[in-house]
Design a protein around this ligand. Structure first.
Ligand SMILES: Nc1ncnc2c1ncn2[C@@H]1O[C@H](COP(=O)(O)OP(=O)(O)OP(=O)(O)O)[C@@H](O)[C@H]1O
Length: 234
């Protein structure tokens, strides 16, 4: 089932025409990966879905319902969690306080989800009372993902979780996202092709505000020419 359908969206930031007709679909239960060089428009696409940089043309449908005219807080309440590139973590608060603030509905289900995600990221349990600003980059990333996960979100938009992390941390974060697949659908923006291709089902490649290539992840793994052409990697 198609959970999210982005249909020919165009987004301007000030006078700049950033997204120039972006279309793609996210299937329920999948990890869909959005690749592309720096400045291709990946972050803007996630921000348009969340209504932070609203699209001025085209449509965005979540579970067959239009959300492109909906304010951000209502989009998030419909069940879309967003983990921005800058992580959205409050550095002056402890890990525990950050988690508490993130929870929309403090019920047993949320507690169950919190328990599950703390098993997945035991570092967060260890540093529960520590100020988040003191965590390592990878731990901050884990906290950001955990904050989005504790709510009953059907879709998580995760922006470049590997950015600035040591390889071992990248692997940990990717493995955690893969484990989340059994519980939620993920739209992942990632530059680390090797890692993302291990966990992704489908891919879309963006360039200059457009989707220029898409398919099953296995096809891209087998297609060195496309990887070279669109991503500049062998
Ligand atoms: N506030 C802004 N004002 C003007 N231009 C912007 C603004 N934010 C983004 N852009 C431009 O929009 C384009 C797309 O940026 P975006 O952040 O969506 O790319 P990206 O694919 O996520 O890149 P990266 O991988 O570097 O994060 C870039 O050319 C960028 O310079």
């Amino acid at each position: 089932m198609t959970l999210l359908k982005v249909d020919a969206i165009e987004t301007f930031i000030e006078q700049y025409h950033i997204l120039q007709g972006v279309s793609f679909e996210v299937t329920e239960g999948d990890i869909t990966v959005l690749f592309g060089r720096n400045g291709a428009g990946k972050t803007t696409t996630l921000r348009s879905i969340m209504g932070l940089n609203p699209a001025s043309k085209g449509q965005i449908l979540f579970k067959d319902e239009r959300i492109d005219q909906t304010p951000t807080h209502l989009i998030s309440r419909k069940g879309i969690g967003y983990v921005p590139e800058d992580q959205g973590v409050f550095f002056d608060l402890t890990v525990g306080e950050n988690m508490k603030l993130a929870i929309r509905k403090n019920d047993s289900e949320a507690m169950g989800r919190q328990e599950w995600v703390l098993e997945l990221f035991p570092d967060l349990k260890t540093f529960w009372y520590r100020k988040s600003g003191l965590l390592s980059g990878g731990q901050k990333q884990m906290l950001a993902i955990a904050r989005a996960y504790v709510n009953d979100n059907e879709l998580l938009l995760i922006d470049e979780p590997s950015k600035g992390l040591a390889p071992i941390m990248v692997e940990k974060v990717m493995q955690a996202i893969e484990q989340m697949k059994s519980k939620t659908t993920v739209l992942l923006v990632e530059q680390n092709f090797f890692m993302a291709s291990m966990i992704g089902n489908r891919f879309y490649i963006m360039d200059e505000g457009r989707i220029v290539h898409h398919g099953q992840m296995q096809e891209l793994k087998d297609d060195q020419e496309s990887r070279q052409k669109y991503l500049g990697i062998a």
